[in-house]
Design a protein around this ligand. Sequence first.
Ligand code: XLS
Ligand code: NI
Ligand code: NI
Length: 443
Amino acid sequence: MAIVKGEKEYFEGIGEIRYEGKDTDNPLAFRYYDENRIVQGKTMKEYLKFACAYWHSFNGNGSDPFGEPTHIFPWDVKSDPVERAKDKMDAAFEFITKMNLPYYCFHDVDMVDYGPDVAENERRLRVLTDYALKKQEESGVKLLWGTANLFSNRRYMNGAITNPDFHVLSHGAAQVKAALDATIALGGENYVFWGGREGYMTLLNTDMKREKEHFARFLHTVRDYARKNGFKGTFFIEPKPCEPSKHQYDYDAETVIGFLRQYDLLGDFKLNLEVNHATLAGHTFQHELQVAADTGMLGSIDANRGDYQNGWDTDQFPNNINELVESMLIILEAGGFQGGGINFDAKIRRNSTDREDLFYAHIGGMDIFAKSLLVAEEILQKSDYAKLRKDRYASFDSGQGKAFEEGRLSLEDLRDYAASNGEPRLVSGRQEYLENLVNRYIF
Ligand code: XLS
Ligand code: NI
Ligand code: NI
């Protein structure tokens, strides 16, 4: 990939990150991510579709509720918001192209700071959209998805689209319109809704039914606008159970699918699943993936990991091989992502302050996904993993079990079968055998 820099080089001394194979001792090289290697009939680059999250990498400055920023960005200097945003975009594309990341994702306010004036914000975003378009053309980097930040501004403290005040809703809508226009202009392949404030803090002041109806009505309105304006991509809803709201409406995959079905939105919307959101909902990531896959709704993922001890979205870079191999098994069996890819919705730690740290983080994330993909493919090709699961259900493949599945048995029939066939034999679930099987291919 051609490295695309601005006037200034922000990550000086670091060149293009290349595949060097698993025995390299170069920490600034890929050991497993070989973008041209063919997996499942596609190159790894096309199969995994890695994306850089603009917000964590170029805006997140390391501050936390207890402390000031620790990441002092050399591109965050000029006083004019548009000029400052262009410098940031120079740095972003330099990083993305040096990293060989084929995609990126953004919120409107990641691209350029917004003020209180709707028309001025639209103008700023258009300038940066033109700037990004040139960079995309020069580099070949593409936009995986765009989105609007409807949670940081104080006007959204009671929700954006689910706010009890229509005036606030209209401001959310204006932001979505501009972000969607930018996504379309940049050839964005998808558009995301993550509703951190779409929920409530207490039912004492909340008409939940009405708020959810507003949200559904709005999604129809957006879909119609986008299709009219040539957007061919998929809309994704990103579930999360809580944080920052106490209760979020898009709790988890199952809840969102039910919502989309209830409001007749299944045709245009799929899911963007995030690892740390799954664990906050009390699920494994694998569970969320399987729920989505079973409904044909596995659109895209936000890759990161949580912390075993902390109960919030710590957004650390992924590094759990077992979790990811099990996840890739589900993704492979589902036939890959429906339109999306793997966005690193992850941030380096507050105390990771070397210029290289952002590179190490992405290299580690890309390598562990690549390795997991290879391991999962091997498990599916060489082991009896898939067959064992299928065989567990063999009693439904013929005879009375099959008749039941086809709806041909009454409750009396079921009773008679039990009465005449005695006590069922105990059949092992073989969990430890399967866990060892996965590890055998990892090692
Ligand atoms: C926050 C979400 C957010 C979305 C995009 O927890 O993960 O970053 O991915 O708005
Ligand atoms: Ni996310
Ligand atoms: Ni998140």
